[in-house]
Write a protein that binds this ligand. Structure first.
Ligand code: ADP
Ligand code: MG
Length: 406
């Protein structure tokens, strides 16, 4: 008998029908003799009555003056409603269960409201519930400070709740249930027939997730990786095994001809809503780069895709930070050039290091599709290209075709 943590995302708990599917997955583990800890997200997506985005919208319509601590109090309600709803349905089917808030489950965080970090977990009450043969439902995305204030863990926070509990409970498996059949070589909403990845390493998926593949939160993967707790990403709406995320050693054991070594590209990820800023240096202005980046850092604007050259600097910011960035630069008497609405596309694969011709293939795929490359960069595991936002889908598809269609 082992402990399984099952996390169900927004669409998985959105309707009565989907919650019936959730209960099937819980029952399956109970029948196999496992103890089950369930982590739930808020029900549904933007526009649904109790979704996180709906709660944010609600307060926007009511003067939007909530302080950060109280905002977290409000945001935590979505998961509470979701947990209570599932509990009621489990009761109706005679499955004994108990609901714990993040804090009651022992998840202690710092007081960085809206984006709190987990400091420690004391899962005493989870163990008590399990000992009484109960399914323990924990509200995802939230914790509690030492002072007893409710905090939330930032977007994708329920994934983090699940893997952090997995580590604290020494779980046999953390199942991330969502609306797709696992991790694909690109977002299935953009690419028609992405390749399904059966087994991937923590590292590979971390890279994909950090570059925008939002199927799982990268922090959640890192937490599991530290203690080597296996994760499965799978669909609530099928019985497919999904994608196993584990260590390189395990991956090698499980893949027959060590596919992992043959895999040059793991996947392609994309991030929309990025702006490119170019600042040109005037004659003799050697400290331009330093001044620009210091100013951005001072205002907590995160910059990416940085190219420094004798002519000046090029970098990107999130579209939401653009106005502030431009104001800062204008106050410094710079006249930057801006391209709004860009998208960053990342081609990721631990196997690409030293393989010749990867960049050439990327350029060919994009040029043949009349897609201008605004900027590019590379590391030993990733190549990034910046394109106009209107070309994003076309670019992801073209690159996917180049590397995956046989
Ligand atoms: P949940 O609410 O269950 O957490 P999310 O919307 O956060 O669900 O994550 C699932 C979504 O991630 C999918 O619907 C899919 O569109 C998207 N996604 C992005 N990149 C990938 C990828 N490489 N593989 C699978 N899904 C991806
Ligand atoms: Mg998610």
């Amino acid at each position: 008998m082992g402990i399984i943590v099952q996390k169900f995302g927004g669409t998985s708990v959105a309707t009565k029908e989907s919650r019936e599917r959730v209960i099937k997955h819980i029952k399956a583990e109970l029948t196999s003799g496992n103890q089950v800890v369930v982590v739930v997200s808020a029900m549904g997506r933007k526009g649904d009555p109790y979704a996180t985005d709906t709660l944010i919208e609600h307060i926007k319509q009511n003067d939007n003056q909530l302080q950060k601590r109280e905002m977290d109090l409000l945001l935590s309600c979505g998961e509470i409603i979701s947990a209570a709803t599932l509990s009621s349905m489990l009761n109706a089917q005679g499955i004994d269960n108990t609901v714990l808030l993040g804090g009651q489950a022992g998840i202690i965080t710092n007081d960085n409201f809206s984006n709190a970090q987990i400091k420690t977990i004391h899962p005493k009450r989870i163990y008590e519930g399990l000992k009484q043969n109960k399914v323990v439902i924990v509200t995802g995305f939230q914790g509690m400070t030492d002072q007893g204030d409710i905090t939330t863990l930032g977007r994708g926070g329920s994934d983090t709740t699940a893997t952090a509990l997995g580590v604290a409970l020494h779980a046999d498996m953390v199942d991330i249930f969502t609306d797709v059949n696992g991790i694909m070589s690109a977002d299935p909403r953009i690419v028609q027939n992405p390749e399904h990845l059966k087994v991937v390493t923590y590292d590979e998926i971390c890279h994909l997730a950090y570059q925008g593949a939002k199927v799982i939160h990268p922090r959640a993967v890192e937490i599991a990786m530290e203690e080597q707790i296996p994760i499965r990403v799978r669909s609530t709406f099928s019985n497919d095994e999904g994608t196993l995320v584990t260590s390189l050693t395990e991956v090698k054991k499980r893949t027959q001809k060590s596919e992992i070594n043959e895999r040059i590209i793991t996947g392609i990820a994309h991030v929309p809503n990025i702006a490119q800023i170019k600042v040109f240096a005037k004659e003799g202005q050697y400290d331009l780069q330093l001044k620009v980046f210091n100013a951005m850092a001072e205002h907590k604007i995160s910059v990416d895709f940085i190219n420094v050259n004798p002519i000046g600097v090029v970098f990107t910011v999130h579209e939401e930070d653009l106005d502030q960035a431009l104001k800062i630069l204008s106050n410094m008497n710079y006249e930057p050039q801006v391209i709004r609405n860009c998208a960053k596309i990342s081609i990721i694969g631990a196997g690409m290091a030293g393989v010749p011709g990867v960049m050439a293939k990327i350029v060919k795929a994009l040029t043949e599709n009349d897609i201008q490359i605004l900027q590019s960069a590379d590391s030993h595991t990733t190549i990034w290209v910046l394109v106009h936002g209107e070309n994003m889908k076309k670019a992801v598809s073209a690159l996917h075709q180049t590397f995956f269609d046989k």
